[in-house]
Design a protein around this ligand. Structure first.
Ligand code: IPD
Ligand code: CA
Ligand code: CA
Length: 271
């Protein structure tokens, strides 16, 4: 259990395991980012190289967490679900969130690791190795960015709000019309909108007050699990895009402080 003292925190054993794992995986990704800049200009492009970097990161995370907490299960983006002998604990792992950014040499990507205990998300770590920003949260213990305590933004006026979102991919044409309606309406109500391209960091940015809110559809549990703990522990509201509690099963998310969250849900309903 972490000891909290005036905005800094002594990390628990669990947090040490999670952060050390994220740093180890992140070190490889940071090294690979340098290589991408070379591949970017080659005819072949960095596609295969990025897939390999992604798999390498996941392998490191799987090995480190398996060693530190034998028996825990896994929901891994690349390798899928791994049943553990311990049925009460399960990791959610996105070894590289923000792949498209990474592929283009844009330093907005992260390693995302969350722990679920008896069906509840209890800890989350989101680490961007390019900026060395480590976001951590443990249920009931607050959220931190590199040891600084986090709080969601206190903004009350939606017309001043900076709202993040996700744009559905080319391969999801059925989602395009709805997103266009939502964005069109959002532009008339929120201060401004951003699409940064890494959902785990979008959530971390809401936890740290950089963004006032965030919504996205079509996400997977590993995109959201760690960031959900961050936002909740920073005092934010976390629901699915209908205002319900089926975030992980529906794959939609809407977060912000109480007022921003309410305005977001209202706007999404009207769209
Ligand atoms: C993606 C990112 C992106 C979101 C996509 C996700 P990936 O994850 O989080 O922001 O819009 O829907 O799939 O593929 O980079 O791990
Ligand atoms: Ca992802
Ligand atoms: Ca990924």
């Amino acid at each position: 259990m972490p000891l909290v003292t005036e905005g800094t925190m002594l990390r628990s054993a669990l947090m040490n395991v999670m952060t050390a794992t994220a740093i180890k995986a992140g070190r490889g990704l940071k090294r690979d980012l340098g290589e991408i800049e070379n591949l970017q200009v080659s005819l072949k492009g960095p596609g295969d190289f990025v897939s390999a970097a992604d798999r390498r990161s996941e392998k490191i995370i799987f090995e480190e967490l398996s060693k530190a907490r034998p028996g825990y299960g896994f929901v891994l983006e690349e390798a899928g679900t791994v049943e553990g002998s311990d049925k009460t604990h399960r990791w959610y792992v996105d070894p590289l969130d923000g792949t498209t950014n990474f592929l283009h040499g844009i330093p907005q990507f992260a390693v995302s690791i969350a722990l679920e205990r008896e069906g509840q998300l209890v800890a989350g770590v989101v680490y961007n190795p390019a900026t060395d920003e480590m976001y951590v949260a443990e249920k009931g213990q607050g959220a931190y960015l590199n040891n600084r305590r986090l709080r969601v933004a206190a903004r009350r006026d939606f017309a001043d709000a900076l709202i993040a979102c996700g744009v559905p991919l080319l391969g999801k044409p059925e989602e395009h019309a709805r997103f266009q309606r939502e964005l069109a309406l959002m532009m008339t109500k929120a201060g401004n909108v951003r699409r940064m391209g890494a959902a785990a960091l979008d959530l971390a940015f809401v936890a740290s007050g950089r963004f006032d809110g965030f919504w996205e559809r079509g996400l997977s549990p590993w995109d959201m699990a760690a960031g959900m703990v961050l936002v909740r522990e920073a005092g934010g509201f976390v629901t699915d895009a209908d205002g319900g509690d089926r975030v992980l099963t529906e794959g939609t998310i809407c977060v912000g402080n109480e007022i921003m969250h309410r305005e977001l849900i209202k706007t999404l309903r009207m769209a």
